[in-house]
Design a protein around this ligand. Structure first.
Ligand code: COA
Length: 334
């Protein structure tokens, strides 16, 4: 699904992120599974990731990132018209994590709020929803949070998945564009259910409810066919990135920055090659945070903006792919 190229109607007014203080390094993993710092760095680019404290839940991370984004936008939480929390690691199955976020940040008690499950593409899906609500005048200001506590759903006995993921939250306040051409120019979101079992958690839902057996068989943890996801990611992220450029009548030269989902450095290298966008225009923080799924883009974006790396007037592409398989891209004129 694509939004048409046109003058932006919505804009990111403020950003915030939160990373738990505990850090798990590759050297820590060497003591847990049969792996090495060298293998992980060479095959993924990851050196360390943040892990939430036992008493923290997704909404705690999300609310902190949300508060920071609201402060950055200089917006009172009561001015929010919608809260979208993108996550595959909710506090609990019911109610939505967005309810706890609404309560904790002090939004209006009737502010609509819901969770959105699009895995690592969650933030791009969330931006697309926010833009649509603003475009159709159902909302003026929307809080979009990407939050994941992947440490809670990872099998720490499985070296092929455990080393990849980390915890964190990133948030954006999306509001009306100012009419100067800056803002959210386009979003393109996609999904392919034929690939559902390439990255999934078998149990814990209505198909295979939690039981002693599902726990024994470790069916509540993430399972992934890494090579399939890798190949699909390179192909789809490259095409979604190219679409963000061509659908807006731009060329590669017009793109100042790409904030890619931080899943694997080799995927990012391949997307750079295939899309023709030079590698030095990709913002990378994977070595410090690992794959934080839906939180990955807003964390990286917030870092890049606060560091002054991304400047006013620049064209920035976001691209992500995750379990589903879901994927997408967005073009923002900063
Ligand atoms: N340390 C050491 N060896 C490891 C390892 C680890 N952490 N993880 C896997 N291996 C081993 C495998 O067991 C395999 O050993 P074998 O040849 O004896 O069977 C070998 O390394 C090669 O495995 P393979 O799966 O081919 O490695 P790879 O180069 O494809 O890298 C991933 C594995 C997971 C890093 C890679 O496939 C990947 O990044 N895929 C995409 C994952 C992703 O981004 N998912 C999220 C999308 S949002």
């Amino acid at each position: 699904m694509a939004s048409k190229a046109r003058l932006p109607v919505s804009k990111i007014l403020g950003m915030g992120h939160y990373l738990p203080s505990r850090i798990l390094t590759n050297f820590d993993f060497e003591k847990m599974v049969d792996t090495s710092d060298q293998w992980i760095v060479e095959r993924t680019g990851i050196r360390e990731r943040h892990i939430a404290a036992p008493e923290e839940a997704a909404s705690d991370l999300a609310a902190e990132a949300g508060r920071r984004a609201l402060a950055d936008a200089d917006l009172d939480p009561k001015e929010l018209d919608l809260i979208v929390v993108c996550t595959v690691t909710p506090d609990q199955p019911l109610p939505a994590t967005a309810m706890f976020v609404q309560r904790v940040i002090g939004a209006r008690s009737d502010c609509p709020a819901f969770d959105l499950v699009a895995a690592c593409a969650g933030f791009i899906y969330g931006l697309s929803v926010a833009d649509s609500f603003i475009r159709t005048e159902q909302a003026r200001c929307v809080l979009v949070v990407g939050v994941e506590m992947l440490s809670r759903i990872i099998d720490y006995e499985d070296r092929s998945t455990s080393v990849l993921f980390g915890d964190g939250a990133g948030a954006a306040v999306v509001g009306p564009a100012s009419g100067d051409g800056s803002g959210l120019v386009s979003t393109h979101i996609y999904a392919d259910g034929a690939m559902a079992e390439a990255l999934y958690i078998p149990a814990g839902g209505s198909r295979l409810p939690a039981s002693e057996q599902t726990v024994e068989e470790r069916l509540h943890y993430v399972r992934m066919t890494g090579q399939d996801v890798f190949k699909f990611a390179v192909k789809r992220l490259s095409s979604a990135t190219k679409t963000a450029i061509s659908s807006n009548g731009l060329s590669v030269r017009d793109i100042d920055w790409v904030i890619p989902h931080q899943a694997n450095l080799r995927i990012i290298d391949a997307v750079s090659q295939r899309s023709g966008i030079p590698r030095d225009r990709f913002y990378i923080n994977i070595e410090r945070v690992g794959n934080t799924s839906s939180a990955s883009i807003p964390i990286a974006l917030d870092e890049a903006v606060k560091a002054g790396t991304i400047e006013e007037g620049q064209n920035v592409i976001f691209c992500a792919l995750g379990g589903g398989i879901t994927w997408g891209s967005a073009l923002v004129r900063w």
